[in-house]
Design a protein around this ligand. Structure first.
Ligand code: KG4
Ligand code: ZN
Length: 349
């Protein structure tokens, strides 16, 4: 019998629903993004995000079931992001999931948002050349999102250990902050990638490379110095009355971030003896990061798996996948956890 989960994700500014079968098949995936609403504030406004979720939850749940061609009776469980994320945003999804689970008598599976990002790599459309084999263990997983930059050592579904993390800004946060410094719209990540693609090699070479924090001897990361370096360059140009070449600066910034992420991930995988590297989170949608990782991992003969961009940024399909591999039911009295939640997802989450 197939195991079908209706999954909900509402940790930040997307309210998403999905139906996942056996942790592999995406029968439906619907995402209501609020990016356009928050763009005018230059960042996500938590209060606004929660209120928008309330408006979106019923239409998204209905559209998800319709898109899967299913009724509530076809479902075996409900999964929902428990955290980490914005408290008010999480509450909307968690309470919707609890209500549906109670009303339909279905088991409820709370999922750690980061576990969700990782399990996007187990979904069938995760790769164009999908060969039906799941990522081989043991593996090193790089999570790069708006709130997290972490390296995990996964020996199997139960044994997951964090081996590295950012000491300050997350990679996505750095993209967003630098995007703002360069006068680009929010979210900065995709805008920086687009701008960088317009820079000529000549224009890039005209700018000195930006710094890279290697933090030798650790698998940790740091991006705040890089952000400050961009700020100082922008200020210096302003003071001198010289024009800022936004595409070239975006390219230099993107090159620094992706170079550090790719080299340090490959080194960790090599040292730990991984069979493959998987990547997850919004920044994994970045083409330059994919290229850099492919290059560095090819040097040590390791395959790299990255989900397609739509499964890298927040979605509910990944939450449904994680729920299937990490099935741990909860009653209805669990709470959300915001940023103070457990940083390493325990097998139960
Ligand atoms: O995983 P995600 O959708 O939400 C969180 O859990 O945080 O990640 C959002 C982050 C944002 O910082 C956004 O700027 C970044 O992912 N991002 C990108 C790209 N697409 C999204 N960063 C670089 N290049 C991209 N193409
Ligand atoms: Zn996320």
């Amino acid at each position: 019998m197939p195991f079908r989960v209706l999954a909900l994700e509402s940790s930040c500014d997307e309210f998403a629903g999905a139906v996942i079968e056996d942790g592999i098949e995406v029968l439906a995936s619907v995402v209501a993004s609020q990016a356009g609403i928050h763009a005018r504030y230059g960042g996500v406004v938590p209060e606004v995000a929660g209120r928008e979720h309330l408006r979106n939850l019923a239409p998204v749940m209905q559209a998800t079931l319709e898109s899967a061609g299913m009724d509530w009776d076809d479902l075996d469980a409900i999964a929902v992001t428990q955290g980490p994320g914005l408290g008010g945003s999480l509450l909307v999804g968690v309470n919707a999931a609890k209500t549906a689970a109670w009303a339909r008598g279905l088991p409820l599976i709370p999922v750690h948002h980061i576990a969700g990002h990782l399990y996007a790599n187990w979904l069938r459309p995760a790769r164009d050349d999908w060969d039906d084999s799941p990522p081989p263990f043991p593996l090193v997983a790089l999570v790069v999102s708006g709130g997290h930059t972490e390296l995990f050592w996964m020996q199997d579904h139960e044994r997951v250990e964090r081996v590295g993390q950012t000491l300050d800004d997350a990679a996505g946060e750095a993209f967003d902050k630098v995007g703002r410094l360069l006068g680009l719209p929010f979210p900065g990540g995709p805008e920086i990638e687009r701008a960088a693609a317009q820079a000529s090699a000549q224009a890039i070479n005209a700018l000195d490379p930006l710094p890279r924090a290697w933090l030798p001897g650790t698998h940790d990361f740091s991006f705040s110095g890089l952000k400050t370096a961009v700020l100082n360059r922008v200020r210096k140009l302003e003071a001198a009355g010289e024009p800022l070449d936004v595409p070239a600066m975006a390219a230099r910034f993107q090159e620094s971030v992706t170079d550090v992420l790719a080299r340090k991930t490959a080194r960790a995988a090599d040292e730990l003896g991984a069979a493959c590297v998987i990547v997850a989170g919004g920044v994994a949608a970045n083409g330059a990061l994919r290229e850099a990782l492919n290059e560095r991992c090819a040097e040590i003969g390791l395959p790299v798996r990255v989900p397609p961009p739509r499964l890298c940024t927040d979605n509910a399909a990944m939450i449904g996948a994680a729920a299937c591999y990490r099935r741990s039911e909860a009653g209805l009295d669990f709470d959300v956890f915001s940023t103070s939640g457990p940083a390493v997802f325990s097998p139960g989450l």
